[in-house]
Design a binder for this molecule. Structure first.
Ligand code: ATP
Ligand code: MN
Length: 437
């Protein structure tokens, strides 16, 4: 192959080592820190996983290449063919002397923000220029961790015999009363963006037993908080012949497995973020909803039994805790499909997984008796007729006893990275005010 004829990339920046001394390499990436010392010009070339110094001494560089360096602006995308040279003074003890340079894309001056982070920009400015923002090593570390986490979750669930599924995101009915829906113009019919794969994953236990989905959910939450988005990614599981306790154990083990994998496979990225991960032990502490009210009472916070926990209560509860479960939620705080407890119909076989004051997951045992489902729909002010395409699977007697949960992937990433705003953990967040990019 004649490298001169094609702008190939033979090595990534991190692959350039002293042992390649004298060898010709072709690199491609982005530029930062350009310096002109008269007799020698330098720049740093970086790519997806590393960087290397390009050093052009006047005497060793073809004249047209030497002058071309003057046209390069920070963050431009370039291709470099050159020779590897061991140089103790170079940042990595090695550099490349260019023989040929091509500027693929010349970055404008000034750019909307400084990707090195030396000049601080607001989150809004950063998200408006997200690709430039993602050139910052800290931001890229977050998404490398997200990749490792997603793989670890798949590895764990696959090893437990779960089948990965994809369910429709355009749906005809709501799954949770209350949480707002986004309508979709769907020909002659009324349709919505899916809030949760709940109903599909439940009926799938009638043929696959154990299923999971990692996919988008859409919620028309009107408020803007640091932990809510209008489009987020949910990890959902559903298991036949299981109850609330069984799926809590799966979740606990998944969290531990994922934390261990992240420490192992994203060591460098955790270091870039200055993040030390502590792997908790199973079982995580479990408190019933009623116990939580007593704990809060001792902290001087009174909540009416049956009410959801308001933010200040979550704050007070989470201040001295890591991962923990809140179980047996009052029936009226949970959706229609939540199974009432045998010992007390006012509470359900449900749980929330918390990390400090942040809710990460909700789940529990589901109702599989069609009469009870119908009654609970009515009690929730929902019309069972609208749910008939779902309910008939239960009436036909196809659906086993089952349980499951939904874990917010973006919120889990906040825990792993230590980020305070969910938008930092999503490439292109969607909130009330942001629809581009
Ligand atoms: P919250 O009370 O915090 O708004 P929720 O109880 O309405 O959450 P669930 O229906 O239980 O949410 O969804 C399961 C999980 O999905 C949540 O525990 C959370 O991690 C995540 N999640 C739900 N809604 C959002 C959202 N709008 N933005 C980000 N994550 C979300
Ligand atoms: Mn919830």
């Amino acid at each position: 192959m004649r490298l001169k004829d094609r702008r190939v990339k033979t090595h990534s920046c991190s692959e350039i080592h002293g042992e390649l001394e004298g060898q010709e390499v072709c690199l491609a990436g982005y530029v930062r820190v350009i310096r002109d010392l008269g007799g020698i010009k330098f720049f740093i070339l970086y790519d997806r996983d590393g960087e290397i110094q390009i050093a052009a001494p006047r005497v060793q560089t073809p004249p047209e290449v030497f002058t071309k360096i003057d046209q390069i602006t920070p963050e431009s995308t370039v291709w470099v063919r050159g020779r590897v040279k061991r140089t103790p003074q170079a940042p990595r003890g090695v550099e490349v002397i260019p023989q040929e340079i091509e500027v693929f894309s010349r970055a404008s001056v000034p750019l909307p923000l400084d990707p090195t982070g030396r000049i601080k920009s607001s989150l809004d400015t950063r998200l408006n220029a997200r690709i430039l923002d993602l050139r910052h090593p800290k931001r890229r570390a977050i998404f490398k961790i997200r990749h490792v986490v997603t793989n670890a979750i798949r590895e764990f669930l696959n090893s437990r015999g779960f089948l990965e599924v994809q369910t429709p995101k355009i749906v005809a009915t709501a799954t949770e009363s209350g949480s707002a829906l986004f309508p979709v113009a769907y020909f002659e019919k009324e349709a919505f963006l899916s809030q949760s794969p709940q109903l599909f994953k439940e009926i799938l236990t009638g043929c696959f037993e154990k299923v999971y989905e990692i996919g988008p959910i859409f919620r028309a939450e009107e408020f803007n908080t640091n932990k809510h988005l209008n489009e987020c990614t949910s990890v959902d599981i559903e298991m036949a012949f299981s109850n609330c306790d069984d799926v809590m154990r799966v979740l606990e083990e998944l969290i531990i497995f994922t934390l261990k994998k992240t420490k192992e496979l994203a060591e460098k990225e955790l270091e870039v973020l200055g993040r030390k991960l502590e792997v908790p032990e199973a079982p995580f502490p479990r408190y019933s909803y009623t116990e939580v009210l007593q704990i809060l009472e001792k902290k001087g916070i009174r909540i009416e039994w049956g009410e959801d926990l308001p933010t200040p209560a979550e704050k007070a509860l989470g201040e001295d805790r890591g991962f923990y479960f809140i179980t047996e939620w009052p029936t009226k705080t949970k959706p229609f499909y939540a199974m009432p407890c045998k010992h007390d119909e006012r509470v359900t076989e449900t749980f929330d997984l918390m990390w400090k004051d942040l809710e990460l997951a909700s789940g529990g045992t589901r109702i599989h008796d069609p009469q009870l489902l119908e009654r609970r729909l009515e009690e929730n002010g929902l019309n069972p007729e609208n749910f008939e395409p779902h309910l008939r699977h239960f009436r036909w007697g196809l659906i086993p006893p089952h349980a499951g949960w939904g874990l917010g992937l973006d919120r889990f990433l906040m825990v792993l990275t230590g980020e305070q705003n969910i938008r930092e953990c999503v490439l292109f967040p969607r909130d009330r005010h942001r629809l581009v990019p």
